[in-house]
Design a protein around this ligand. Structure first.
Ligand code: HEM
Length: 603
C-alpha cells in the first residue's frame, strides 16, 4: 500500500516537473545544464580521489571538471598557468590528466618521469601532429608539409648540422662580429628618420634635451637589433637588405602566435595584423628561395641579391632538399624556411631582452656582470668591439646563470607529444617521497595511445618542490662549484629546467643560442646605461606586464627607457667582481619536500 502510494506520488511529481518544464523552457534548460555540470563535477571529483589513492599501475587520474565533453578547455584557455599551478600543488601523483575535448592530456610533474618521456622514440611519442599544425596554422602551408613525409624526414635530419662545431663557430663568429660593429650605434640620437638605425625606427624614439637624451621602447630596440646581428649568419646579408620590414613583421606575428596556432580566426585587430605580417614574411621568403635557386643553377644573380655566397651551409642544404621535391613541395618549403627564421629569433632575442631587463633592474648584479665580462670584450681603434663569445659562455658564470634564471622565470613553453602506442613509466623512489612522504612506494602509470603527453614549463619552473623560493629571481641559482677546481664556480643548467625541450627533438640551435644570447646581453649591459621610465616596485624591480604567459612572452605595451648621449661606457676593471652580491645570494641547499594538502581546489 505504502509502495503504491509512493509510486503514485512519484508519478504526480514527474508530471508536475514535466508540466513546469513545458511551460517554462527558458528556466528549465539552464537548470538542467547546471544540474548536469554539478553531477559531472561530483562524479569526476570522486573518480579523481579514487584513482589518486591507488598505488598499483594506473592511467593517471583526471582532474575534476564541470562541463561534460569540453572538459578543462575553458580554464586551460583562460589561464593555463593557474590551472597547471594549482593541479601541480595538490596532485600526489607524478602525472595527472586534463581533458581537452575528446583528448586526454597527461601532464608530467616530476623529473624522473620527464627523463623517461625524453627517452621515448619517435615511434612511441611523435611531434609530427604538432609540427603539421604549426606549419598549417602558424606558417600557412595549406597542409602540404604533412603530404611530404619523406622530404620532411630529410629536413629534420639536416638540422643536426646546427650542432656541429663548425656551424656553431661560424654562426657565433659572424653574429659576434655584427654585434661588435653595431653596438656603439644602438641609438642615433637623431630625430631625423633617415639618420636613425633600422632597429631604432620602430622603437618610437623621442629625442629630448637638445639631442642629449633619447627615450625609446627597449623591447623593440634590442629585439630588432639582435635580429639584424644574427639573420645574416643564416640567411645572408642580402635578405636583410632586400626585406628590412620582415624584422618587424616577424615579431608582430610572433606576438599572436599562440592564437594562430590554435586556429583562432581573425577576430581581433592584433590577429588580423599578425596574419598580414606573416603573409608578407612568406612573400619575402619566397623571393629568397627563388634568388638562391637562380645562383645555385649557375644563372645570373637576381637584382639586389648578389651571389648569396654568405648563406649558411644549413640553409643551402635545406634549400636543395626542398627543391628535390619539385614544384609541389614549394609551399611546404617556403613555410618551413620561414619557420626556421622565426625559430632563430622568437626565443633568443626575446629572452635576451628579459635577461637585460633583469640585469638593469638590479644595480649590484649589473656591476658584477660588467666586471665579469669585461676581459672578453675589446675596443678596437675603429671604435668597434670584439666579443670573445666562447669565453663569455665558459668563463662568466654570473652572466650565464642569470640567463638560465631568466629562462626559468620568463619562458612558458609547453612540450607536447602524441602517443602512438601505449607505454608505461615509473616514478623514482625520490620523487615518490617528494610527493607522498617517506614511506611512499614508487607508482607506475600507463599512458594510452591517441592521447597527448605534456610538460608544462610554466608549472614545473615554479614548482616549490623542485626549486628553493621559486618566486624569487635569484641570478646565482644555477651556479655550482666546479668539481675539478673547488675554488672556481660555473653555471650549470639543472636537469629540471626544460627550456630547450628534450629527447630526439631537443632544440638543435641551443649551443649557438647560448653564444649569441650571452654576446647580445654582455654587449648591451656593458656599454650602455638604461634608465627605466615606467613604475618600479618597492625592491626597485621594473614593473613590466607580459602580454600573455605563453612561449617567450612579449611585454604588454612599450618598455620606455632613457639613454644619455655619451660615448659607450668604459669597460669595468675585472677586479670589481667581488661585490656583496655574492654574500647576499649564497648557494642554496636542495629544497625539502613541503607538507602537502590532500584535497583538490576548484579549477
Ligand atoms: C634561448 C633560445 C632558444 C630556446 C629557449 C629554444 C627552445 C626550443 C624548444 C623548446 C624546441 C622544441 C624542443 C622539443 O620539441 O623537444 C626547439 C626546437 C628547435 N630549435 Fe630552438 N630554441 C632557442 C633558440 C634556437 C635557435 C637560435 C635556433 C637556430 C639557430 C633554434 C633551432 C631549433 C630547431 C631547428 C629546433 C627543432 C629541432 C628538431 O625538431 O629536431 N633554436 N627550440
Amino acid at each position: 500500500m505504502a509502495l503504491s502510494s509512493l509510486v503514485v506520488e512519484f508519478g504526480n511529481s514527474t508530471r508536475q516537473i514535466y508540466a513546469f518544464a513545458s511551460l517554462h523552457p527558458y528556466i528549465t534548460a539552464p537548470l538542467l545544464v547546471i544540474l548536469t555540470c554539478l553531477l559531472n563535477r561530483v562524479y569526476s571529483e570522486l573518480q579523481y580521489a579514487r584513482i589518486q589513492a591507488r598505488d598499483n599501475p594506473k592511467e593517471p587520474a583526471t582532474l575534476p571538471y564541470w562541463i561534460p565533453f569540453l572538459g578543462h578547455v575553458i580554464s586551460y584557455i583562460s589561464n593555463n598557468g593557474k590551472l597547471t599551478g594549482q593541479a601541480r600543488d595538490h596532485c600526489r601523483d607524478s602525472i595527472y590528466t586534463i581533458r581537452l575535448l575528446h583528448r586526454q592530456h597527461y601532464m608530467i610533474t616530476t623529473p624522473s618521469i620527464v627523463q623517461q618521456i625524453f627517452k621515448q622514440r619517435a615511434t612511441t611519442l611523435s611531434n609530427k601532429p604538432l609540427i603539421h599544425r604549426i606549419a598549417r596554422n602558424g606558417f600557412r602551408d595549406e597542409g602540404t608539409t604533412a603530404e611530404q613525409p619523406d622530404l620532411n624526414a630529410k629536413i629534420t635530419d639536416n638540422l643536426h648540422i646546427l650542432m656541429t662545431e663548425s656551424a656553431i663557430l661560424d654562426a657565433s663568429d659572424r653574429t659576434a662580429k655584427a654585434v661588435g660593429k653595431s653596438i656603439s650605434l644602438l641609438t642615433s640620437f637623431s630625430s631625423i628618420r633617415a639618420k636613425q638605425t633600422a632597429w631604432e625606427r620602430g622603437a618610437n624614439p623621442q629625442v629630448t634635451n637638445n639631442g642629449k637624451t633619447i627615450e625609446a621602447d627597449m623591447f623593440h630596440l634590442v629585439t630588432r637589433w639582435a635580429y639584424t646581428c644574427s639573420t645574416p649568419a643564416m640567411f645572408g646579408q642580402s635578405f636583410l637588405k632586400r626585406f628590412p620590414d620582415v624584422m618587424d613583421d616577424l615579431f608582430v606575428f610572433d606576438g599572436q602566435f599562440p592564437f594562430l596556432l590554435a586556429g583562432v580566426p581573425a577576430i581581433t585587430g592584433k590577429i588580423v595584423k599578425a596574419k598580414a605580417a606573416r603573409d608578407r614574411c612568406l612573400d619575402a621568403m619566397k623571393e629568397w628561395f627563388e634568388a638562391l635557386t637562380a645562383v645555385e643553377d649557375g644563372g645570373k644573380p637576381r637584382f639586389g641579391w648578389g651571389d648569396m655566397g654568405d648563406v649558411s651551409e644549413l640553409m643551402r642544404i635545406q634549400h636543395r632538399t626542398w627543391r628535390s621535391g619539385g614544384p609541389q613541395a614549394e609551399k611546404a618549403a617556403i613555410s618551413s624556411l620561414l619557420s626556421s627564421l622565426w625559430g632563430l629569433h622568437a626565443n633568443s632575442n626575446i629572452i635576451a631582452f628579459w635577461t637585460m631587463l633583469h640585469i638593469y633592474e638590479n644595480p649590484t648584479l649589473l656591476a658584477s656582470i660588467r666586471a665579469e665580462v669585461s676581459p672578453y670584450i675589446t675596443r678596437l681603434p675603429s671604435r668597434e668591439y670584439t666579443f670573445d663569445h666562447s669565453s663569455l659562455s665558459r668563463k662568466c658564470p654570473i652572466l650565464k646563470s642569470t640567463w638560465y634564471e631568466t629562462m626559468r622565470w620568463d619562458l612558458f613553453g609547453a612540450e607536447q607529444k602524441y602517443i602512438l602506442r601505449d607505454f608505461c613509466v615509473t616514478e623514482s623512489a625520490e620523487d615518490a617521497t617528494m610527493l607522498r612522504g617517506p614511506s611512499a612506494l614508487p607508482r607506475s602509470y600507463t599512458l594510452k595511445a591517441g592521447n597527448v603527453v605534456c610538460i608544462h614549463n610554466g608549472a614545473t619552473q615554479k614548482d616549490p618542490k623542485l626549486w628553493e623560493n621559486p618566486e624569487e629571481f635569484n641570478p646565482r641559482r644555477f651556479i655550482v662549484q666546479d668539481s675539478r677546481d673547488k675554488t672556481t664556480e660555473k653555471a650549470e643548467m639543472f636537469r629540471h629546467l626544460y627550456s630547450f625541450g628534450g629527447g630526439y627533438s631537443m632544440c638543435k640551435g641551443r649551443l649557438f643560442a647560448e653564444r649569441e644570447v650571452l654576446t647580445f646581453v654582455a654587449a648591451v649591459v656593458s656599454l650602455w646605461d638604461m634608465e627605466f621610465l615606467g613604475d618600479k616596485g618597492q625592491d626597485g624591480r621594473w614593473v613590466v606586464q607580459r602580454e600573455m604567459d605563453a612561449g617567450a612572452p612579449h611585454p604588454d605595451g612599450e618598455v620606455r627607457v632613457r639613454r644619455q648621449k655619451q660615448p659607450p661606457l668604459t669597460l669595468s676593471p675585472p677586479t670589481a667582481i667581488t661585490t656583496n652580491f655574492f654574500t647576499t645570494h649564497p648557494i642554496q641547499p636542495p629544497p625539502q619536500p613541503p607538507q602537502r594538502e590532500s584535497t583538490m581546489p576548484l579549477l
